[in-house]
Design a protein around this ligand. Structure first.
Ligand SMILES: [Zn+2]
Length: 313
C-alpha cells in the first residue's frame, strides 16, 4: 500500500479521516432553518474522527496552549501558502452543471469575506492562513475503482493514480477533491458522513485530499432537496460540504493543528448552520454570492473574540 498513515496514535486508518456529518434533516427531522450542530454531531463524530473517544490520547507535549476561542492549536502546520484545489471528477459527470457550479464556488471563495474567517488561524510561527484559494487543476476518472461501495483506501488510490500518471501535479500545497457522481456508492457516505478530508504520503509528498459524494436528493447530506440556488440539488449540497472540507484542510491539513477538545475542527463547530438566508428566484434559500453565483454554505468558526460561527470575518 502506497499510503502511509503518519498518525500512528490513531487506532485505524479509517479513524484518520475527518468527516462532515449528516444533515440534521436526517438526524432529527428538524427543518432547514433550525439546524443544530449538536444534533448533527451527536451521532457519529467520534467514530469518524477517532482522535477523541476511542483514540489514544496525544502526548502531553503536543497539547495546546491557545484555548481562548473555543478551538485549540496543537502545533501542526496550516496551509500558510494558500490552498491549491484540484478536482478529480470520479464517475459520470458529463453534462452535469456541477462541473461549472463547484469550480465557480472554489474560485469564488478566494478573497471572500467567508474564506477570510480562516485568516484567524495561524501556525507556531504566527503565519496566518491566507485568504487565497486557487483552482489549480481538474481531471476525470471513469470508474477506475468501480462504482460500488468504495473504501477509503480506494479514494486514496484514485488520488494516487491522478498524481502518478501526471493527470494532476504533486503539490504539497494542494487539496485534492475526489467528487463521486451520484451513482457511485461508498461505505459510510449518506449513513455516517457527507464528506471527509485526510492526508497521506504519495511519492514522498504529504498530500491532502478529500472525498465528497453527490447525494442527489438524499436529505442525509442536503439541506434543500426539492430546489436549490443553481437548480442542481446534489451539486448545491456538495458546495457546502466542499467549503467545509476546504476550510478544515486550510487550518488542519495534517489533523494535528486546529481542533477543539471534542476533536472538532473549525467547520465541524458550525456544521449545518447557515445564518441569515435570502430567497432565490426559484424559491430556494441561499446565503452568499460567489463568482456571481448564489450558494447556501454552512458557517465557519471564527477564531477570535471568544469564537463564534459566522459567514464572514
Ligand atoms: Zn468536518
Amino acid at each position: 500500500m502506497k499510503v502511509l498513515w503518519p498518525l500512528i496514535r490513531c487506532a485505524a486508518p479509517t479513524a484518520l479521516v475527518v468527516g462532515v456529518l449528516l444533515s440534521p434533516l436526517a438526524a432529527s427531522g428538524a427543518g432547514p432553518e433550525v439546524a443544530s450542530p449538536g444534533a448533527a454531531h451527536a451521532i457519529v463524530h467520534d467514530s469518524i474522527r477517532g482522535r477523541s473517544g476511542g483514540g489514544i490520547p496525544f502526548p502531553a507535549n503536543t497539547r495546546t496552549t491557545k484555548t481562548t476561542n473555543g478551538i485549540s492549536y496543537h502545533g501542526g502546520a496550516v496551509m500558510n501558502s494558500g490552498t491549491n484545489v484540484y478536482i478529480i471528477w470520479y464517475g459520470s459527470w458529463s453534462g452535469n452543471t456541477a462541473t461549472t457550479i463547484l469550480p465557480t464556488l472554489i474560485s469564488g471563495l478566494s478573497g471572500s469575506a467567508y474564506f477570510n474567517i480562516n485568516t484567524t488561524y495561524s501556525d507556531s510561527s504566527n503565519r496566518k492562513v491566507p485568504n487565497s484559494v486557487t483552482l489549480a487543476g481538474q481531471t476525470t476518472d471513469a470508474y477506475s475503482q468501480g462504482a460500488v461501495n468504495l473504501s477509503d483506501n480506494q479514494i486514496n488510490a484514485i488520488v494516487t493514480s491522478a498524481i502518478t500518471t501526471n493527470s494532476l501535479p504533486r503539490d504539497a500545497n494542494g487539496l485534492y477533491f475526489v467528487l463521486t457522481s451520484q451513482d457511485v456508492t461508498k461505505s459510510g457516505f449518506l449513513t455516517s458522513y457527507c464528506g471527509w478530508h485526510t492526508h497521506g504520503s504519495i511519492s514522498g509528498t504529504d498530500v491532502k485530499y478529500s472525498f465528497v459524494g453527490n447525494p442527489g436528493t438524499n436529505g442525509a447530506c442536503s439541506m434543500q432537496t426539492t430546489s436549490s440556488p443553481n437548480g442542481n440539488v446534489g451539486a448545491d449540497a456538495m458546495a457546502s460540504v466542499v467549503a467545509h472540507e476546504l476550510e478544515e484542510t486550510a487550518t488542519d491539513p495534517d489533523l494535528n493543528a486546529w481542533y477543539d477538545t471534542r476533536g472538532m475542527e473549525n467547520a465541524d463547530k458550525c456544521a449545518w448552520t447557515f445564518g441569515a438566508t435570502a430567497t432565490a428566484a426559484n424559491g430556494s434559500h441561499y446565503n452568499m454570492t460567489l463568482g456571481g453565483t448564489q450558494f447556501l454554505i454552512q458557517r465557519n468558526w471564527v477564531n477570535a473574540t471568544g469564537g463564534y460561527c459566522s459567514l464572514s470575518f
